[in-house]
Write a protein that binds this ligand. Structure first.
Ligand code: FES
Length: 153
């Protein structure tokens, strides 16, 4: 029925999705749109692996009902690069070799992008605070913070 149609923009493309409105956005992105940048970690809004941008702000897609983003603009990791150019945050994470297993990196990168969208010149403390609720089980926070600082210039 029409109740199950949700319109939104994903990585610049208008989408009309037929889903139960309470379906978490993460499932729609990964299963229906084959966008696997956002990861399933905890499924409870706690780890940050599933982070996307909604109208430029970081949001945890595992706990975001799809209906909550109706009419809004969603950007996933796949949508960050501009043509052949990586987003400066992506480039900084590569330059700092910030990945170990890499599972958390989507969330780290999207969180830093969100912060920089709001505040292009964050302090070190603001970067630390922004990343405080993104979990990394490998313990690569030092490299991740270095990448975040590099991205912030
Ligand atoms: Fe969404 Fe952990 S998978 S916060």
């Amino acid at each position: 029925s029409d109740d199950h149609t949700v319109r939104l923009t994903v990585n610049g493309e208008e989408r009309r999705l037929s889903v139960a409105p309470s379906t978490p956005l993460l499932y729609v992105l990964r299963n229906d749109l084959s966008l696997n940048g956002p990861k399933f970690g905890c499924g409870l809004g706690e780890c940050g692996a599933c982070m996307v941008l909604v109208d430029g702000r970081a949001a945890r897609a595992c706990v975001l009902p799809t209906k909550a983003v109706a009419g809004l603009t969603v950007t996933t990791l796949e949508g960050l690069a501009d043509g052949n150019h990586l987003d400066p945050v992506q480039q900084a994470f590569i330059d700092e070799q910030a990945a170990q297993c890499g599972y958390c990196l989507n969330g780290m990168i999207m969180t830093v992008r969100s912060l920089l969208n709001e505040n292009p010149t964050p302090t070190h403390e603001q970067l630390v605070a922004a990343l405080d609720h993104n979990l990394c089980r490998c313990g690569t926070h030092v490299e991740i913070l270095a990448a975040a600082c590099r991205a912030a210039g």
